[in-house]
Design a protein around this ligand. Structure first.
Ligand SMILES: Cc1cc2nc3c(=O)[nH]c(=O)nc-3n(C[C@H](O)[C@H](O)[C@H](O)COP(=O)(O)OP(=O)(O)OC[C@H]3O[C@@H](n4cnc5c(N)ncnc54)[C@H](O)[C@@H]3O)c2cc1C
Length: 416
């Protein structure tokens, strides 16, 4: 795909409990590379300039093609129509799909559906799986995840205003959420709401499956972000819940388990995001290098001859390589020890890779000059859409605190 090959260790390490052999995983990665290069990247002129709702029609046949190629929901078990990939292997697929702004959507492993499917798979009842997981897995519906509130700091997920009050075998849900990605057009939301305000902070909230067409659900607006209100899967909504009646049977897990489930969801979720960001970096890097060896400052005088450009390339090469190895290591740790055991590694990659993404995109834009700011290339799209990487799934500062505390605890235990 690119003259520069990743040399960062095996792409398909032996994974405990993996259902596919190393050779089968390698074949899948090659299929994904070819699909992205030959069928998704050519769609970019439309993806970058038209509302997602319009482009979705063009993407429908490609979703069917992803199924036929065995690239559909690769993280899901085969009985749910996926490939049953181990986390370390799905991470590699994710990096390849990340090279296109629509790679994950076309292969039905886009956030937040991927996290919702994982939650339903591990904590949904049989009835919940039949009603919500099966159509999500088949790509017949989309979902969203509503936790953050405009009037409460999202960085403290134990402090929520949204309440779900038990009334017989229903909850009465009242609340105000925002930045609910993909709510526009979603069939249901998984909503974090306080069900027991008197419990300990980490036991106060539960997660409820709320159909978006239930009476009292209001989609106030798609929030305009960096000049774009977005639509459909590519949007972030403000929502209000006005006395929405939700059957108790729609609660995921136990009463008060909302925070624990959110943490569990975010572990693999951060691996998915980080590998997607590395895919974006790979593509930006490739565009930057191609431009450097083709743009002339004068006849025969290539941009690539300038040391400033060479440094941008070398710095990016080093940072992407480091990021990839860190994420692979964190994925292996999550697989071995679960999200809780790997929380330090998860926090490390979350802020480190988000920073690499921002710097690599910035350098790639700079090397392209004015062209880098246009929608003729995907760089400006990613710049707008991924500035949030340092904020969502935990702001950088929160993750740095987690890492520093873990490091310092070791020193404190050793007596300084
Ligand atoms: C593109 C995007 C998509 C999103 N999608 C979803 C979604 O689908 N569902 C959902 O529920 N939410 C979603 N969010 C919301 C996201 O989870 C929150 O924005 C995030 O948790 C931060 O919360 P906040 O915006 O309220 O910032 P605040 O909590 O108000 O924090 C503001 C800033 O304060 C600083 N800060 C915060 N805590 C600390 C600390 N402990 N130490 C030092 N500094 C600190 C950080 O710089 C932070 O950026 C999305 C956000 C974005 C940008």
């Amino acid at each position: 795909m690119s003259p520069w090959r990743d040399v960062g260790g095996p792409r398909s390490p032996v994974a405990h409990g993996a259902v596919l052999s190393t050779a089968a995983v390698d074949a899948l990665l090659t299929t994904a590379e070819t699909f992205v290069r030959d069928e998704l990247i050519p769609l970019e002129p439309a993806v970058l300039t038209r509302p997602f709702r319009e482009v979705r029609v063009q993407l429908a046949p490609l979703r069917a093609r992803a199924k036929a190629l065995g690239l559909w929901a690769p993280f899901l078990p085969e009985r749910h129509g996926g490939r049953g990939l181990a986390l370390v292997h799905f991470a590699e697929v994710s990096a390849i799909l990340g090279r296109s702004p629509v790679g994950h959507y076309v292969c039905n492993c886009q956030a937040p559906d991927v996290g919702n499917m994982e939650l339903l798979l591990s904590h949904g009842t049989e009835a919940q799986q039949a009603q919500w997981l099966a159509p999500l897995a088949a790509g017949g519906m989309r979902s969203c995840f509503a936790m953050t509130e405009p009037d409460r700091a999202g960085s403290n997920p134990t402090w929520l205003d949204t309440r779900a009050v038990r009334v017989g075998d229903e909850y009465a849900l009242h609340g105000h959420k925002w930045f609910t990605t993909g709510a526009d057009g979603a069939a249901f939301a998984i909503v974090m709401a306080v069900t027991d305000p008197d419990a300990l902070p980490h036991r106060r909230a539960s997660q409820l499956i709320v159909p978006m067409d239930a009476p009292g659900v209001e989609l106030v607006r798609n929030i305009s972000v960096m000049g774009e209100p977005g639509s459909d899967h590519a949007s972030h909504a403000e929502l209000r819940f006005h006395d929405v009646r939700v059957p108790v049977a729609n609660r995921l897990g136990d009463d008060g388990a909302g925070f624990a489930l959110a943490q569990e969801r975010l572990g693999p979720g951060r691996i998915h995001h980080c590998m997607r960001w590395i895919g974006i970096c790979d593509r930006a890097f490739e565009l930057m290098c191609r431009r450097a060896v083709s743009r002339e400052l004068g006849p025969g005088d290539l941009l690539a001859s300038r040391q400033a450009v060479q440094h941008a390339i070398a710095d990016s090469r080093a940072e992407i390589h480091a990021a990839r190895l860190m994420v692979r290591d964190a994925a292996a740790r999550v697989a071995a020890e679960g999200s809780h055991g790997a929380r330090e590694e998860i926090s490390l990659i979350k802020f480190f890779v988000a920073g690499v993404l921002q710097r690599v995109l910035d350098r790639a834009i700079q090397v392209h000059g004015a062209l880098g700011l246009t929608d003729d290339l995907p760089l400006a799209y990613w710049w707008r859409h991924e500035r949030g990487a340092r904020i969502y799934d935990g702001a950088d500062e929160v993750h740095k605190t987690v890492v520093a505390r873990a490091v310092l605890r070791g020193y404190e235990r050793a007596g300084g």
